[in-house]
Design a protein around this ligand. Structure first.
Ligand SMILES: *Cc1c(COP(=O)(O)O)cnc(C)c1O
Length: 389
């Protein structure tokens, strides 16, 4: 297909649900992408947070190839080895728990919401936060604290109360005898890279313990090393009751996972929840390869170190450009809040061969692969510098 034929087919045949960038990609390797004209791009937002290993990590590719040649799919009423192994790894690296596999972040959050309702035995209210993002399916959308995603889809699912992020009094004021859970991202990704305050999350953990509420932490974007720890909650010395994972876990193959504390995990029993494709053999082999690469290639240490370097350079830009209001984030999850709309800057970067994102209109978001190098960061920052100028 030629470039124009691709655009035409999308226009004719695909529902226009995405704001599109006119680039057609054909190949990726590490932090590099090539388009249909063989133009090379440096990808500082690989797969919307999916590409923590960059594109086409060789260990993931060989794991997938190996599994595909043996068994592609077996339904969840049978057993298979990759799922048994992956569950064991996730539980080992997180906290005493049991997992449920599905196919996306929204689906993992739906699972957590259903779990909370079953656990609540009549208590059903879940407290969520302004500027949160939990997915596009109806309950996850109802949990999301951003009207712009909800407009036109009412009536929303009942039982969500959205309060101000990092505001403890607001949370306390929202708790009733119907409340069963508090659900949040520790760094709000789509909401503008807003980092949770340590005192706040510690206080939420305490409130949840006292009032027997579930603390549901959505690590769909922050999980799998993004912030320099395998899971973001590990920065704060707390443990969630439920954690949800997706994006980077499968290196681009679709997987979601709900991780529930062991002593309550059997709340859902046979027949109560299911997913046809959830945790299939191919995807589990991919995810096993991801976790192995994160450990073996010391990507958490690299994310931490390169994150520090990235923030150093971003702060230096902030000193030089009035237009930068704030630089924030953790590890390799960086937000650069501007005084102006970020769209133009993103476009300029793209023209110069750097792919970044802008969220919440004014926040540039940089989330390079965890194996990013100093040289690649230098290159990205120099392009961003030119774009700002
Ligand atoms: C992307 C995202 C989701 C939704 O994940 P999908 O796989 O698109 O359904 C949910 N929560 C957070 C924090 C996300 O970043």
């Amino acid at each position: 297909m030629k470039l124009q034929e691709v655009f035409d087919s999308y226009k004719e045949n695909i529902m226009p649900t995405y704001t599109k960038v006119p680039l057609v990609f054909v190949k990726g390797k590490g932090s590099r992408l090539w388009d249909i004209h063989n133009n090379k791009f440096l990808d500082f937002f690989p797969g919307w947070g999916v590409g923590n290993l960059g594109h086409c990590h060789p260990k993931v590719m060989s794991a997938v190839r190996d599994q595909i040649s043996k068994l592609i799919f077996i339904p969840n009423n049978y057993y298979h080895i990759p799922q048994a192994r992956l569950a064991k790894e996730i539980v080992y690296w997180s906290y005493p728990s049991k997992v449920f596999f599905c196919n996306s972040g929204a689906e993992a959050n739906e699972g957590a919401i259903k779990f909370a309702r079953k656990f609540g035995k009549g208590r059903y209210e879940i407290i969520t936060f302004d500027n949160s993002f939990h997915g596009r399916t109806l309950a996850a959308l109802s949990a999301t604290g951003q009207r712009k995603y909800q407009n036109g889809f009412e009536p929303l699912v009942e039982g969500f109360k959205t309060v101000k992020f990092n505001d403890l009094e607001a949370v306390k004021g929202a708790i009733t005898d119907k409340t069963v859970a508090i659900m949040l991202e520790l760094i709000q990704g789509e909401g503008g890279v807003n980092v949770v305050k340590k005192d706040f999350i510690l206080a939420l953990r305490k409130i949840c313990d006292e009032k027997k509420l579930l603390l549901i932490i959505d690590e769909v974007q922050t999980g799998i090393g993004r912030t320099g720890k395998l899971f973001c909650y590990q920065h704060y010395g707390i443990t969630p009751d439920i954690m949800t994972l997706a994006k980077a876990l499968g290196a681009g193959l679709p997987i979601g996972c709900m991780v529930v504390k062991k002593d309550i995990a059997d709340t859902l029993t046979a027949g109560m929840h299911a997913s046809t494709f959830g945790g299939g053999p191919v995807i589990c082999k991919a995810a096993l390869a991801v976790l192995k690469a994160v450990k073996k290639e010391k990507l958490l240490a690299n994310a931490h170190k390169m994150g520090e370097y990235l923030f150093l350079l971003l702060s230096a830009l902030q000193d030089r450009y009035e237009v930068i209001k704030e630089v924030r984030g953790l590890g390799l999850m960086a937000g650069v809040e501007l005084n102006i709309e970020g769209k133009g800057i993103v476009e300029k970067c793209m023209q110069k061969g750097l792919l970044i994102n802008c969220t919440h209109e004014k926040v540039l978001r940089l989330m390079p692969a965890l194996n990013i190098t100093k040289k690649e960061i230098d290159r990205a920052i120099s392009i961003l510098d030119e774009a700002l100028r």
